[in-house]
Design a protein around this ligand. Structure first.
Ligand code: ADP
Ligand code: TRP
Length: 328
């Protein structure tokens, strides 16, 4: 029986952080052989916000290095950059013709960004979820490993599938999100999602000293004001990070000691800092090594893009047939 298809993407908008890792990238590496897997750098999504070409070039290499350093293996999956495998751009147009404005206007990511950005909202930001659906459908994807901030986009992708299949006949499967044990990690400020653009991250290439320095002021359970107050780990973002990186016995111990005020937040943070530093060390070293060879990274992405294009174009030819278009 042939394998089901898994696909996911990440924007080249800065160094990957532990939220990306726990929410998505760790699952990419974990399941890359169980599924026929496609992972890519979502260049065209990033330019809806980033207008700095030098930053885009650098971030594309850095994100590629980070993804590979996390164990995504170009021998076991297809790893490419969206701007080299352009079929999804054409499919995006086709899908935009079966997508309702109302559905796009309801997207919370679009609404949040439209509110936060101090630049006028561009049409790309509005169409962003349609391009995401095109990325997914171009490979007839079944499973999409992402953080929970992407669930609404996945829901829309399923709606687009139903509309396309109803209009033109059964063509695409409905893609399902694959969530991890930590589908949403808050930033160190404790206020919002950890995000590359918010400066509230621990990045995968942070060294042990910066991990400690960043964890020290990190928000914990706000009700634990004094060392002697018992804490509630279920209300503590630092504990969530423990759950992502520490073994179950350590988590159980931290849970007990925090509730009994037997340890303070700083004790808990320093245990976590040691664990994080040890887990991230091999990723950091490997990413730094890969970043020293941008030509090799580009070659990996080029080969992946050629493979991705073959698959996506097969789908696109089927779509062209259904629409009544000639093949190019
Ligand atoms: P960012 O928001 O940091 O720019 P991306 O939008 O490129 O990151 O997201 C890449 C992947 O990481 C997506 O699957 C996204 O859902 C996931 N992700 C991003 N931030 C988090 C987080 N704080 N917790 C869990 N998953 C996350
Ligand atoms: N919007 C996703 C994010 O910000 C990136 C992305 C683009 C993506 N296309 C996709 C994720 C297709 C999964 C599938 O994280």
């Amino acid at each position: 029986m042939s394998k089901k298809i898994m696909l996911s993407g990440v924007q080249p908008s800065g160094d990957l952080h532990i939220g990306n890792y726990l929410g998505a990238i760790r699952n990419w590496a974990r399941y890359q052989e169980e599924y026929a897997s496609f992972f890519f750098i979502a260049y065209y999504h990033a330019i809806t916000e980033i207008k700095d070409p030098q930053l885009m070039r650098e971030a594309t290499c850095h994100v590629a290095a980070d993804v590979l350093a996390c164990g995504v293996d170009p021998e076991k999956c297809t790893f490419f950059v969206q701007s080299h495998a352009r079929t999804s751009l054409e499919l995006c147009w086709v899908l935009s013709c079966v997508t309702s404005m109302g559905d796009l206007e309801r997207m919370t990511q679009y609404k949040d960004k439209a509110r936060q950005l101090n630049i006028p909202v561009n049409a790309g930001l509005f169409l962003y979820p349609v391009l995401q659906a095109a990325d997914i459908l171009a490979f007839k994807t079944h499973v999409v490993p992402v953080g929970d901030d992407q669930c609404q986009h996945l829901e829309l992708a399923r709606e687009i599938v139903r509309r396309f299949n109803t209009a033109y006949g059964e063509t695409f499967p409905e893609p399902q999100q694959l969530l991890s044990e930590v589908p949403r990690l808050l930033g160190l400020d404790g206020d919002s999602k950890m995000s590359k653009s918010k400066g509230n991250t621990i990045s995968l290439i942070d060294d042990p000293e910066s991990i400690k320095a960043k964890l020290k002021p990190a928000k914990t359970d706000v009700h634990r004001q004094r060392r002697s107050d018992p804490g509630d780990p279920s209300q503590c973002n630092v504990y969530t990070i423990h759950q992502g990186f520490s073994d179950p016995a350590t988590c159980a111990q931290v849970d007990r000691d925090c509730r009994a005020a037997a340890i303070g937040c700083i004790d808990c943070k320093m245990m976590l800092a040691d664990k994080l530093a040890a887990t991230l060390a091999p990723i950091r070293e490997r990413s730094r090594e890969l970043r020293r060879h941008p030509d090799q990274l580009r070659e990996i992405l080029r080969q992946g893009s050629a493979r991705a294009t073959l698959t996506a174009e097969t789908t696109m030819n089927e779509v062209r047939d259904k629409l009544g278009l000639f093949h190019p």
